[in-house]
Design a protein around this ligand. Structure first.
Ligand code: ZN
Length: 318
């Protein structure tokens, strides 16, 4: 099996911008490109294979025919474990929370959602919401939602390029306006919205809130800052592990000129290029890399090379 490029489904949610088209080469016939789902095997959005024998087929179709391409570490999961997105928040996203696996599988019939964010770019002064500032009771939380004072209780964090946030299921959160992030998450689309800045959707109505469910699943303790591992210099590249949890292992990799990588039988590698230009080469395979390119390297591919100066996010399952 050889690596292949993926084409993402695009979501035109009302808060999105156009940077994914203007700067990251994403194609869509919608005006707004809020999210591109760069590695997606979900009923609400499917990555499509861009080239090779399976050109035009979904990644889900390919993995159903070649389950070994996910890797042996994926066997412990009921279905494909991760979903990776680029998100361009021109405006604030709603304040929301995701349930854990136990709750989500019982109530929604899919995985819960633990996710991580890498700040790819942001405006000066941009902020996001990461849990509560102080401990809050369930009654105070409900009251703050009902009385529109929730924003006084949350932990607002100023961000800069390269910051990392690990959002364990149950953590209240919101991406703020002027932030472009790469999001690696469990393969789930279950979101409980608690505050939407009084906005209305395309149909002129406020978007639905899910207050009762949110009250059941939200962690009410203040959030501690998340500190990722320090970068490590390897041959030809710098590698920084951004998150390492039971669902995904994510690293930021800066290739200087040329580096050898490997996707053994244990896990696929997913590569999302954030900056620079280069080429991925493997036996009988050559893929051009530029800002926004998304590549699936099947488990068992073995050694492959990245040539050219590129910054990328690499995801695998440990
Ligand atoms: Zn979220």
């Amino acid at each position: 099996m050889t690596p292949f490029e993926l084409i993402p489904p695009i979501k035109d949610y009302l808060w999105g911008g156009t940077r994914l088209r203007d700067e990251y080469g994403k194609k869509s016939n919608t005006d707004i490109l809020a999210e591109s789902w760069e590695l997606a095997c979900h009923k609400d959005g499917q990555s499509v294979i861009a080239d090779g024998e399976y050109k035009g087929k979904t990644l889900s179709y390919f993995l159903a025919e070649h389950p070994e391409a996910s890797g042996t570490n994926c066997e412990k999961f009921e279905y494909f474990p991760v979903l990776i997105k680029l998100i361009d928040a021109k405006n604030n996203l709603s304040v929301q929370v995701h349930p854990d696996n136990e709750y989500a599988q019982r109530v929604e019939g899919e995985y819960g959602k633990t996710e991580m964010w890498y700040i790819v770019d942001c405006d000066e002064g941009a902020e996001l919401i990461y849990g509560f500032r102080d401990r809050i009771s369930r009654e105070e939380f409900r009251k703050a939602i009902e009385e529109n004072t929730l924003l006084d209780k949350v932990n607002s964090v100023p961000v800069k390029k390269g910051d990392v946030f690990f959002i364990k299921s149950g953590t209240l959160h919101a991406i703020g306006k002027g932030i472009l992030i790469a999001e690696i998450q469990q393969n789930s689309n279950t979101t409980y919205r608690v505050y939407d800045y009084g906005r209305v959707g395309a149909d002129g109505k406020p978007r639905q809130l899910h207050i009762d469910k949110a009250l059941e699943v939200t962690n009410l303790s203040p959030t501690k800052p998340y500190i990722p591992a320090k970068p490590v210099q390897l041959s030809g590249r710098t590698v920084q592990i951004l998150a390492d949890c039971e669902y995904f292992t994510v690293s930021k990799q800066n290739i200087e000129a040329e580096a050898e990588m490997c996707a053994d039988k244990a896990s696929f590698n997913h590569i999302l290029v954030l900056d620079g230009e280069g080429t991925l080469t493997a036996p009988e395979c050559e893929i051009k890399l530029k800002k926004g390119t998304s590549v699936f390297v099947p488990a068992g591919t073995g050694r492959y090379n990245i040539i050219g100066r590129t910054d990328m996010i690499v995801t695998e399952i440990k």
